[in-house]
Design a protein around this ligand. Sequence first.
Ligand SMILES: [Fe+2]
Length: 234
Amino acid sequence: MNKVIPYRRPDPGTQPTALYPDYVATRRRAPRQPLVFLPHTLSEVTGPVYGHAKPGEADHDLTRQHAGEPLGERIIVTGRVLDGDGHPVRHTLIEIWQANAAGRYFHSKDQHPAPLDPNFTGAGRALTDENGVYRFVTIKPGAYPWQNHENAWRPCHIHFSLFGPAFATRLVTQMYFPGDPLLAYDPIFQSIPDERARQRLIAGFDLATTQPEWALGYQFNIILRGREETPFEP
Ligand SMILES: [Fe+2]
C-alpha cells in the first residue's frame, strides 16, 4: 500500500470544546468516554468529489433566485479556500445557508414570529476558481432567538459547508460579521477556547469588495487544515 501522509491535527484550543455546558445541546451529545485516536488511512486522506451537477447560474447569487429581490442589506461575501500549505483549493464546492434579513429561516422548524421573505430561500452554492476564490451575493442575515437559555440570540451568521479534497478536510462552519455585539454572548462561538481561532470565523469588512451604490463587501478566507485552520462548528 502507498504510504499515507496524514493531515496535521488541529492545535489544542482551536476547535470547539465538545462539552460546553452553556451550549445546552453539548450536554447531551458530547462523548462521555475518552476519545479514541484514529490514525489517518487512505480513507481519510482521499475522498469522492461531490456535486453531480454544476452549480446553476443564480446559485451563487441568493438575491436572484426568485421573481423579485429579497428585502435586506445586500452584501457580497468572497474569499479564498486554502489548504494547510497555503495553496488554493481549486474547483471545490461550497454550500451556504442562512436566515433572511428578519432572522427567519425558510424551514418548517423555524416558527419564531418574524416574517418569511417570498423572494429569499437562503441557500446557495458555488465552486472555487483556479485561485481558490469563491463569491456569493446575498443579503445580511438577521439575528434570531434560539431558546438555548434566557433571552438567547444568535449573532448574524452564514452557515458554510465545504468538502475539500478529502474526508479529513470536510468543514462545516459558520461565518460571523465584525463588530456584532451578540458574539460575546453566543456559547456556540465562545465554545472555541482559542481567541485567535475564534477570530478566524469573523469575516472582514472590505471596501475593495464593496460596490458603490450596490452592496457591502466582506472577505472570508477558509483554511481547511493546518496551523491556521478554520474552526469546525461545534
Ligand atoms: Fe443558523
